[in-house]
Design a protein. Structure first.
Length: 486
């Protein structure tokens, strides 16, 4: 039995990218079923890992690697499908069946043509470029540990898609619906296989079995369509006999699928119970956004420190008239995300990076537990964490409701002041606390020194909060001793 270290190695991108090159060497000498299958498996593992990692890392190399393997993977897939259909014809056909002879003749001719096409595609496959990606991409993938909760969060997204397709397939019962269901289950399975080996060890056998069942259904559908298109049946009785045999095999597999996947104790319920609970999704979505930002932000330590200061301000600043108590937790998460993501635009340029950061955030697909409106709010907060103050002459800001405008001013003002406290990115201001004494809001900052360039910067940054509250905001050195942590 393989050791856990060996399993982890085989789950890694480095292993499978190297395996693609090894299997290319084998397949080019023999395009029979086994070498084709092994090369497709290696390509599929690399392409599905790239699809998953791209959720976190927008480096263009992931897309290029997937695209480079797509043509070869597709050509080998057509060849593999032909191998499978030949096997089905041999299994279904009675002795001396004329239709099977016609089908086999067509499929063998198609197989020869597909082998030539696959050989030509393999010859043009850029192995040198693949080696370059193999030297770069695994290190990026390894920044997200296997079996981590954020990868389980990704798997839950795949589970939801697959389960939705399951409901549609049982309702519609069409060939297309069951084929799409197979693809959904396959993507869920690959996510576990690539990123959650502990769960895959428990669920992989069932997932593989279900994928095979639905794969057989699809292969039988394609075989029947091919037979009809080629008009291989000599009379109605031969056609009816073939149809009955195909339907029998198809019904048997769909019945097995339903027995496992319908009802309260179905595998769907078992899998869902092993994935993150609904209450965990907003925080896991935040962690996913943090990881995405870490691939872009050249100074993540600054973002982490600013996020701590930001939350300290948010937790202590008065919210009366600006936030309802029921909103505080949800907007705290939004503000936390804004602080973690506010520097991502520096991956493109330093000048105007706050505007670039906002644009990048607006393009994101909301992670599970978040919605588009929340990401739009994150983008607006980031947009106004520096630079011009928000005002109605700005198109995006002007389209917001009055309540939303006040919210952007408040949260943007908090982030603006927190960023100013770490303007020199030295972490000298280690903590902030707030005293709200009419008519002044006083922010006490540990490590703050007056009459310095930093003090001038902070004085300018506090203005947005002053406009929001309609009260002066003073930042002073904290001369009060802090209680020691237990």
């Amino acid at each position: 039995m393989a050791t856990s270290a060996a399993l982890e190695k085989r789950a890694g991108l480095a292993y499978w990218m190297e395996e693609v090159l090894v299997q290319c060497g084998k397949a080019e000498h023999d395009f029979s079923a086994d070498p084709v299958h092994d090369l497709r498996t290696a390509l599929r593992r690399c392409r599905s890992m790239a699809e998953g990692i791209r959720v976190f890392d927008c480096d263009s190399a992931w897309k290029k690697m997937r695209r480079a393997g797509k043509q070869l993977f597709s050509s080998l897939g057509d060849l593999r499908d032909t191998h499978i259909m030949i096997d089905w014809v041999q299994k279904l056909a009675p002795d001396g069946d004329a239709a099977s002879t016609k089908l086999t003749k067509f499929l063998l001719a198609q197989q020869r043509e597909l082998k030539e096409n696959a050989a030509a595609v393999l010859e043009h496959f850029d192995r040198r470029l693949w080696k370059n990606w193999a030297s770069k991409l695994p290190a990026r993938a390894n920044r997200i540990p296997l079996d981590s909760p954020v990868l389980a969060h990704l798997a839950l997204e795949r589970w939801i898609v697959a389960h939705t397709l399951h409901v549609q397939a049982l309702r519609n019962r069409t060939n297309v619906a069951f084929h799409e269901l197979r693809i959904g289950i396959k993507r869920f399975r690959y996510t576990l296989e690539n990123f959650l080996p502990s769960l895959y060890e428990r669920w992989g056998k069932d997932l593989k079995n279900l994928q095979d069942l639905l794969g057989d259904v699809h292969d039988l559908d394609v075989l029947w369509q091919t037979a009809i298109r080629l008009n291989v049946f000599s009379d109605a009785s031969e056609r009816r006999a073939w149809r009955e045999r195909i339907e029998q095999e198809r019904h048997q597999r769909l019945s097995t699928y339903r027995a496992k996947m319908v009802g309260k104790n179905s595998l769907w319920s078992n899998w869902r119970a092993g994935l993150p609970a609904d209450s965990e999704l907003p925080v896991l979505g935040l962690e996913r956004l943090r990881i995405w930002a870490s691939f872009l932000d050249p100074r993540t330590s600054h973002a982490r420190h600013v996020s701590r200061l930001t939350l300290q301000l948010y937790d202590e600043l008065p919210a009366k008239g600006l936030l309802r108590s029921t909103q505080r937790d949800s907007y705290r998460l939004v503000l936390h995300a804004s602080a973690l993501l506010h520097e991502v635009g520096r991956a493109k340029a330093n000048s105007g990076h706050h505007k670039i950061s906002a644009r990048l955030v607006r393009k994101l697909i909301p992670p599970l537990g978040w919605n588009k409106s929340e990401l739009e709010l994150v983008a607006a907060i980031i947009r106004y964490h520096r630079g011009a103050l928000p005002q109605n002459t700005q198109k995006r800001f002007a389209t917001l409701s009055n309540a939303r405008q006040r919210l952007v001013q408040l949260l943007g003002g908090i982030l603006r002041l927190a960023c100013a406290c770490d303007w020199q990115q030295d972490g000298k201001i280690s903590r902030v606390s707030v005293e709200s004494l009419d008519p002044v809001i006083t922010v006490r900052a540990e490590g703050y020194v007056e009459s310095t360039p930093l003090a001038d910067h902070i004085a300018a940054a506090r203005h947005l909060l002053e406009l929001t509250y309609g009260r002066p905001v003073f930042v002073v050195a904290n001369d009060k001793p802090q209680a020691q942590a237990a």
